[in-house]
Design a protein around this ligand. Structure first.
Ligand code: GSH
Length: 216
């Protein structure tokens, strides 16, 4: 197999990088990482060497470069790890819908509660608009767990791309001390218990770059 390389941003801040990184780890894929600290103007040219959009993550597989976190997850599922989607077609359609909802939405949460794994800002960022988006996320988690989650601890039982897409939200809930209950809390705890997620967070703690007001 041609070597896979994932170009990512800082583990502490880059929520979009975490998504395919976690999916690839959960799928048991071997890959190298190139980390380019984001939000440092001198680094923009370096990111553009890899990424036509000027943003990370980017997956490099031979001559192919795939940018956009969800497109990377789709590629690795099709190419290497079909079980990153639910088998049942209706469940797969719902999984894709919530991934698209996450990828395209929740702007207020993203702006007001940016991912910052190693810091704690209890109560910050909780506007009415953010709260409405958090309610919607909790509804998604609760409904998926109740309807599709019987076979395991994840949204569709076993780990899928949907869990990768929502993992940064779980980390935000820890940083901003967002109170969640019952199925949503159990689900968040299951995500936090994944060894790969813990590896990402441990590496975030070892990073030294600090970004103020980062929103992604
Ligand atoms: N829609 C893109 C978003 C990628 C994105 O915004 N990446 C941020 C890091 S989390 C980035 O590269 N920022 C660098 C910059 O904006 O200069 C995806 O899903 O991959």
């Amino acid at each position: 197999m041609t070597e896979l390389t994932l170009v990512i941003g800082n583990k502490n801040y880059s929520s979009w990088s975490l998504r395919p990184w976690l999916a690839m780890k959960q799928a048991g894929l071997k890959f190298s990482e190139v980390k380019i600290p984001i939000d440092i103007p001198e680094r923009y040219a370096e990111i553009r060497r890899y990424s036509p959009s000027g943003k990370v993550p980017v997956l490099i597989h031979g001559d192919l470069k795939v940018w956009e976190s969800l497109a990377i997850c789709e590629y690795i599922a099709e190419r290497f790890a079909k079980d990153l989607w639910p088998v049942d077609l209706a469940e797969k359609a719902i999984a894709r819908a919530i991934c698209a909802e996450m990828h395209a939405g929740f702007q207020n949460l993203r702006e007001n509660m940016p991912m910052d794994c190693r810091n704690r800002y209890p109560g910050e960022g909780m506007t009415a608009a953010t709260e409405a988006e958090i309610d919607r996320i909790i509804t998604i988690w609760r409904e998926c767990r109740q309807k599709f989650g019987k076979g395991g601890d994840m949204l569709f039982g076993n780990f899928t791309i949907a869990d990768a897409m929502f993992a940064p939200v779980v980390l935000r809930f820890v940083t901003y001390d967002v109170k969640i209950h019952s199925e949503a809390r159990d689900y968040a705890e299951a995500i936090l218990a994944l060894p790969a997620l813990q590896e990402w967070v441990a590496e975030a703690y070892r990073e030294t770059e600090s970004i103020l007001y980062y929103t992604a």
